[in-house]
Every structure is written in C-alpha cells, then in structure tokens.
Unconditional design. Structure first.
Length: 278
C-alpha cells in the first residue's frame, strides 16, 4: 500500500517547492489536481516530468478539473457539476480529453474527475446523454492507454455501477473518496465496496460527517475524527485484493492542513499495518 497526498497544479513556479515539501514529509507519491487547462502544455509537461524524476515522486493519478461553474451543494450542484448539465457537456468532454493528453505526456495512466449528480432514474433522457459523453471521454483515454476514474460523491454507488454498465467500456474505474459518500449522504464507504469494489483503482483518504440539512454537504474533518470506519474499510479492501495507492486529501488551507495531512499519514500507516500486516 502506497500512501501519498494531493498536490495542486496552480502555477509552475510553485511546483518545485511543493515537491520538496512532499519529500520532506516522507511521501513519494501524489495525485496531481489540475483545474487550469492553460497550464497543460507540452513544455510544462516536460518540466514537470523533470522535477518528478529529480524528487523521485510518482503521480498516481491526474485529477482533471473542467471549465464553467461549479457549486458544491445539493441545489446548484445539480445544474453545474461534471458532465451532467447538457449546456456544459461538450466543453467539458473536450477539457477532460485535453487533460488526459497532458497526463499521458507525464506517463500517468489514471485520470480522475467528478461526474456530477448522475440521474438516479435510468429512464431520464439526461442519463443516456450523460453516458454517451462518458463513453466519448473513455474511448479517448482508451486510445491513450489510460483509465477514466469516477470520484465518488454526487452519485449513489448503484447509479455509478449502472453508468459503467451502460457505457460498456473496460477502462472505467473508481477513485474512492471515503468521505464524499458520507458528505453527500450517499452511502457508507465500507458498504459501497460491495457494489463497486472491483473497480477501485485509487483512494482519497478523507473523513467527515453526514449532512444535517437538505442544502449543504456534510462537514469534512481530520482523518479519524469523522464517520469513516477505516479499520473496516481496509479490511474490506484487503479482502478485495486492493494493495495500491491511498491518497490523503484534506480540503482546508494553511498550517492546519499541513498538520492534519501528517497526522493522517501516521494514522494510515498504523491502520494499514494492523490490517495488512507490517
């Protein structure tokens, strides 16, 4: 099991320092989170590849953002997030394909994104249009030799599975965000593995609480302080044969984020050793 963390690609100038801190903190892998397509150039890919080699860091997945509005709640999120809103769909298909091409230059095989509030009803006309868009992106990635990973969150596990079956591509996978399923009130992440466990290719180790009102997501908290039962989670993952990347995500800023990430690293190391054996 390889423990890493998330690194945001917001500007090229700050990346060497971010990689240096990553190594100082004992990490040798990360997910690269990227929301700025203007940075996805051949020159930047070459420079990043040089830095990654210099610092001995593996990028386990490219987290590809998309253009247009994004509101992270239960109301406006329905009409702004991912490939679900028809008015932003084509633009975002093109952005995801461009991000995948950038990731390919870095030798990254897994591309992650949020797909949005996928319609629960498979008879909803928007469900078919959404699946066509996913198939278009997945085919582009397949041609690149890459996997397209849905990050858990806005959809229920069975809705994600239904989409996989409808799309019918063999390069679809799951980036299991352990907290998002709780923050969105969609599922217990341990039970969700019964539905899509065989598709998990990466994990966001995160914790939080269920929503307490119908408008706002639940609260994210430090690893171990929320509702995720990590011992049960890793026990189920071991049963499924998962032995790959675990990526810490803490969605706050500043010194507290740094402190919580290091706490999460120690927490995960102890938990994984207990469950998997040292």
């Amino acid at each position: 099991m390889k423990i890493g963390t998330c690194v945001h690609l917001n500007s090229m100038e700050e990346m060497p320092q971010k990689f240096e801190i990553l190594k100082q903190n004992g990490f040798d892998s990360c997910q690269l989170l990227a929301w700025k397509p203007e940075l996805w150039t051949h020159e930047n890919a070459a420079q990043l590849a040089e830095w990654l080699s210099q610092y001995g860091i593996i990028v386990s997945a490219f987290w590809c953002g998309w253009e247009g509005p994004a509101v992270w709640d239960f109301y406006d999120g329905q009409i702004t997030l991912g490939l679900v809103p028809p008015e932003y769909r084509q633009m975002r298909v093109e952005t995801l394909c461009a991000g995948a091409d950038f990731a390919k230059q870095l030798g990254i095989s897994d591309v992650v994104t949020h797909m949005g509030f996928i319609p629960e009803n498979p008879n909803d006309p928007n469900f078919n249009g959404f699946c066509v868009a996913v198939r278009t992106v997945a085919q582009h990635l397949k041609d690149n030799g890459q996997y397209l990973l849905f990050e858990t969150g806005q959809e229920t596990p069975v809705t994600m599975l239904r989409c996989f079956e409808k799309v019918g591509m063999d390069n679809l996978g799951v980036n299991l965000d352990t907290a998002n399923l709780i923050l969105y009130g969609r599922a217990n992440p341990v039970d969700a593995l019964d539905v899509f466990g065989r598709y998990v290719r990466n994990i966001h180790a995160k914790d939080g609480f269920y929503p307490t009102n119908g408008h706002d997501l639940g609260q994210e908290v430090r690893l171990g302080d929320g509702k995720v039962d990590f011992r049960a989670l890793f026990t189920k993952l071991r049963e499924l044969g998962y032995d790959s990347y675990v990526t810490i995500e803490r969605e706050i800023d500043g010194a507290q984020q740094d402190e919580d990430v290091l706490y999460a690293k120690a927490f995960l190391e102890n938990m994984i050793n207990e469950v998997y054996g040292g």
